[in-house]
Write a protein that binds this ligand. Sequence first.
Ligand code: GDP
Ligand code: MG
Length: 370
Amino acid sequence: PEALTVGELANRMAVRGGDVVKAMMKMGVMATINQTIDADTAELVIEEFGHRIKRVSETDVEDAIVPPQDVDADLKPRPAVVTVMGHVDHGKTSVLDALRKTEVVRGEAGGITQHIGAYQVTTDNGQKITFLDTPGHAAFTSMRSRGAKVTDIVVLVVAADDSVMPQTVEAIHHAQAAGAPIIIAVNKIDKPDADPSRVKQDLLQHNIVVEEMGGEQLVVEISALKGTNLDSLVETIVLQAELMDLKANPDRTANGTVIEAQLEQGRGAVATVLVQGGTLKVGDIFVSGATWGRVRALVDEHGARLDAAEPSRPVEVLGYQDAPSAGDDFIVVDSESRAREVAEVRARRMKNHLASQGGRGTLEQMLSAI
Ligand code: GDP
Ligand code: MG
């Protein structure tokens, strides 16, 4: 409810309107039955009657900040966002490093020097791919539990000498739950005891059927160590991305998701944000999780400053008031007062939630309970 009259409030609490008027009088507020009251007053009254409440206005405030709705005509192609997953020691880090190195070889300014939790590479044909360099499954799970969908494609690394292991299966489940297509990268094919066909055989048990077994699963055999077939892996990612026809509207205010964040000496709260819609610009004011800020600088994986970041670009954002958490949203708003208001409401809500874990209900729950 946006506003409440004294009469409506009395109804919800199943007390007489006159009693609410009297209670308010005792509080020093003169009001009639039909008078609309503000959230602060409503809260006091409800507490006076022995009920508890979460502010009416909080819902209104937060509901208002969702990214702008895009129409199809505004959508333009965007790079794929890829997460590399797999069992421990099967070579996730090595694959990410090897792909990074191809970027260094390509002669980009100094290569990828910074660790920013995500980076973008440009293929020989000029296509861009964004890789999320999140430490393993925990980050993926926590992001999904927060409703953040960041990954378009999962590259599942399976060591050819070890085959399908528990975390391989876990990764398959994560990818399926997220609705993200999987590309199998059978890694370590340089090893003498490598057995890629066993990997393909074992994957059958998890409904993953590769082409040579009559299925459609994309699979690439690689050696991250020797650099074998990395080009094919990149090509396969590009192919999968083309099938998905990934698009976003770059011509609006930005929204995205926090990939990682920390407090840094001399730089303040810094977050790596994946822009998912719109274009983020220096000077933009934003809400992100329970905090807010104004973009002071945008820094890419090469340590270079950017003026703007378009969809699927991961970028370090400087200018946060406080550090957000991985998986938090990021939405550009039109004014500082708005950003503050939303961030404060969210921070208070989080505090209330933490303080009472179920003791204190939402307004909706409260009003339906009384
Ligand atoms: P992660 O735990 O999945 O990130 O695996 P790492 O990338 O850390 O790799 C684990 C070990 O496997 C390291 O010692 C790597 O050097 C080794 N490794 C990774 N890829 C290959 C490969 O293609 N061939 C061989 N022989 N070793 C590899
Ligand atoms: Mg690793």
